[in-house]
Design a protein around this ligand. Structure first.
Ligand SMILES: Cc1cc2nc3c(=O)[nH]c(=O)nc-3n(C[C@H](O)[C@H](O)[C@H](O)COP(=O)(O)OP(=O)(O)OC[C@H]3O[C@@H](n4cnc5c(N)ncnc54)[C@H](O)[C@@H]3O)c2cc1C
Length: 439
């Protein structure tokens, strides 16, 4: 583990020093830009669709760099940033869910007035004459479009409500249902399934918790030693029953009083079955007008420049980019990858505005972008990262914080954590979580 720490330090140093240098230069340039940018009535729109980990980064940078004659329009259906990293923990731990909904007020708050507008609405389509169609009935013109609509997963990974209070109520409903259930099965041994299983067992040691995974190794998208370490922690420390190589039919992603049938033919009844599998890319906005920009996995086809392309006419120059989890890029589906990609999209949009070719390309840095901090119960955390050559580092820690240090996320998005008290959903009504929500 000591050599892992040395490797992390060396890698982080090599990455973050130039990164911090670039960021410092950007801050200085932003000050000059604030004074020089002018709000003109005929300014053309650069539209950013999606305001989560990837989209926010592009909005911030566009508002520091767009030349006079252009402005950013940011379309996001949610009222707050849904800090979904913490949703598994806040599905079990009570009283913190409101902190996972971070106000958008702090984003680009020093930008010149008028350079960006946030619209809370759902995009339902893109037309061939460069307009976004919104659920409200409005249409927004764009000169360039950057799509960062991510992917969808049902509760408890994501909430369906677009408003914070209703989202809180959904998480409170999950907490209550988990608390009221004695025998619980979690299906899916990826990061979310592992985190929920270990939190349920650590917060409620008397419950019977079973984690069911279709592969022979937990966390099979990562290296074997991470999977083995996690299996030991779950089985030996937390006394969770882990069933590998089992693929029972899922009765619903949050099904109460449901049975699972296993490969040996036996059927077992559970008070609650939580499905933690499957992500659906939110790419339907392109489906009607640009069906050939979608890959078989429903992600959006992108060149190495992250510009969207049509598979039937790959040379066609579409004024669209896609990045983050919705794009069919070669990097990890992680927030840090979205951050890195936002810089590529920014440079390419600015190049096009200046009449230059969009030729900055994205090459994933797996070690930095694919690193994960996994929780294995209340205090046990493991940081894991794998390099492009297959070598990896793993660093366990036993000092995790119950609220997963959400305060620092608020700070990162420019809002004072004291604001968390505003509009806190104190007296929640009785929440109805559907008996079985189909995936
Ligand atoms: C439990 C958990 C823990 C994680 N931990 C980490 C971690 O530690 N580090 C890390 O780097 N990554 C982590 N990830 C992965 C990370 O959350 C994703 O990679 C990241 O959310 C992708 O960001 P995104 O902006 O591309 O998409 P999303 O986060 O999915 O956001 C898409 C946004 O687009 C909006 N949207 C979608 N469709 C529309 C529409 N039609 N109209 C308007 N708005 C729309 C959505 O409301 C949403 O705000 C974790 C994931 C989970 C589930």
């Amino acid at each position: 583990m000591t050599s892992d720490k040395v490797k992390v330090f060396t890698k982080a140093f090599g990455f973050f020093i130039p990164y911090l240098g670039r960021t410092a230069l950007q801050r200085v340039a932003a000050v000059g830009h604030r004074w020089s940018w002018q709000n003109t009535p005929d300014a053309k729109n650069v539209v950013v669709l999606g305001g989560s980990f990837a989209g926010i980064e592009l909005v911030k940078r566009l508002s520091e760099t767009l030349p006079t004659g252009y402005k950013a329009i940011w379309i996001e259906k949610n009222s707050h940033l849904n800090f979904s990293f913490n949703f598994p923990r806040y599905s079990v731990l009570e009283g913190h869910e409101h902190a996972a909904f971070i106000p958008y007020d702090g984003i680009a708050k020093n930008a010149p007035a008028g350079i960006f507008t946030r619209i809370q609405d759902k995009a339902i389509g893109v037309t061939e004459n460069n307009q976004i169609q919104l659920a409200s009935g409005d249409n927004i013109d764009f000169e360039y479009l950057a799509i960062a609509t991510g992917s969808s997963q049902p509760l408890p990974v994501q909430v369906t409500s677009t408003e914070r209070n209703k989202g809180c109520h959904e998480l409170q409903g999950v907490q209550k249902t988990i608390k009221a259930s004695q025998k619980i099965a979690i299906i899916g041994g990826g990061a979310v399934g592992v985190e929920i299983a270990s939190d349920i067992k650590d917060f409620y040691p008397d419950k019977e918790v079973t984690l069911v995974h279709s592969r022979g190794q937990l966390l099979n998208n990562f290296g074997k030693r991470f999977g083995d370490y996690t299996l030991n922690a779950l089985r030996d420390e937390l006394q969770i029953r882990v069933l590998l190589n089992e693929r029972p039919a899922i009765p619903g992603n949050f099904a109460r009083g449901a049975a699972l049938k296993f490969s040996d033919g036996h059927e077992e009844q559970f008070d609650l079955v939580i499905g933690c599998t499957g992500q659906r890319p939110n790419s339907s906005v392109l489906a009607a007008a640009y069906p050939n920009t979608l890959a078989k996995n429903s992600r959006i086809l992108v060149r190495s420049t992250l510009q969207v392309f049509d598979s039937t006419d790959a040379k066609k120059d579409l004024p669209m980019f896609a990045f983050g989890d919705v794009a069919d890029h070669p990097g990890p589906r992680m927030a840090r990858a979205g951050l890195m990609q936002s810089e590529v999209v920014l440079d390419n949009i600015l190049a096009k505005i200046n009449g230059q070719p969009a030729n900055r390309t994205y090459t994933p840095n797996w070690f930095v972008e694919g690193a994960i901090k996994l929780t294995l119960g209340k205090k046990h955390e493991v940081t894991y990262a794998m390099d492009n050559d297959g070598s990896d580092i793993m660093m366990p820690d036993r000092n995790g914080k119950l609220d997963l240090e959400i305060e620092s996320a608020w700070k990162r998005y420019g809002v004072d954590f004291k604001e968390v008290r505003k509009g806190k959903t104190e007296a929640e009504p009785e929440v109805q979580v559907p008996a079985a929500v189909q995936v």
